[in-house]
Write a protein that binds this ligand. Structure first.
Ligand code: ATP
Length: 253
């Protein structure tokens, strides 16, 4: 997947994610070079939730695509989490469900062969999808469809979960409910996770580590670690944390 010549040290302990992108250039429409990433190197410890945040067009999705192995043309190297079966799950802005398959079939189709008969009841229950299993995607609201895409990602018991703006363009009430569900399902099945968002409040609510990127070509602007457990992140804590971050990184709010 990458030019992984020699292993880099484990990210915050064995089994985590280590990303070192030392350069990524696209060919622009005019034939010239578009330098998307200058130097983006960070780690996510095993079982931790990290978020990438930065200005529009700075290279966040490109970073995720490189980690997912969808773009092998970059300088640098990666170390993916090695725990479990080494599976990687991705949740995109669009749920990407098969319209002719039921909710349950959409989730089961993602399962590896050896897990084909797995009991998915607890997962569907945690995500509030028990009653929706036989419905078809056209019968689901956008919020429900996103829950199904979360179920599909967690069903495979991934070693790495990648989320690209999973709650964008939802109304705030639905997004808030989904963020809570994500934390519940993730806490029950902790997996190394990396999310891209434009929403700093969302990052503060969900993450153990926030990685701030600069304008394109992306470099690391700073890394903010959060040790307060998810269950203790009430509104007051969140506002304080946001103002600390706003002071440290002007212009991020
Ligand atoms: N296939 C491509 N060909 C040429 N340029 C590209 C390609 N993909 C991305 N880019 C450019 O690389 C830069 C980074 O794009 P990327 O989609 O990673 O940014 P982003 O931070 O995810 O943006 P946004 O926050 O708007 O979603 C942008 O300037 C984009 O136009």
């Amino acid at each position: 997947m990458s030019n992984l010549s020699k292993p880099i040290p484990p990210a915050g302990g064995p089994g985590g994610l280590a990303v070192e992108i030392r350069g990524k250039t696209f060919r622009g429409a005019d034939g010239g070079d578009v330098r998307a990433i200058e130097n983006v190197a960070f780690e996510v410890a095993a079982g931790r939730f990290a978020t990438l945040i930065g200005p529009s067009g700075c290279g966040k999705t490109t970073t995720l695509r490189i980690i997912l192995g969808l773009d092998p043309d970059f300088k640098g190297r990666l170390k993916l989490p090695a725990d479990g079966a080494g599976r990687v799950a991705a949740v995109f802005q669009e749920p990407r469900l098969l319209p002719w398959r039921s909710v349950e079939e959409n989730v089961r189709l993602a399962l590896p062969e050896e897990d084909a008969g797995r009991d998915l009841d607890p997962l569907f229950a945690t995500l509030g999808l028990t009653e929706m299993r036989s419905r078809y995607p056209s019968e689901l609201s956008l919020g429900l469809a996103r829950r199904v895409s979360l179920a599909r990602a967690f069903a495979i018991r991934p070693s790495l979960l990648i989320l690209d703006e999973p709650f964008v363009s939802l109304d705030e009430q639905t997004a808030t409910r989904l963020r809570k569900l994500l934390i519940e399902v993730w806490s029950a099945r902790p997996t190394t996770a990396l999310m891209v968002t434009h929403n700093l409040r969302e990052a503060v609510q969900l993450s153990d580590r926030i990685v701030f990127l600069t304008e394109r070509p992306a470099r690391i602007r700073g890394v903010h670690d959060i040790v307060t457990p998810h269950g203790e992140r009430d509104t007051r804590w969140r506002e304080t944390t946001l103002s600390v971050i706003a002071k440290r990184y002007s212009g991020v709010l």
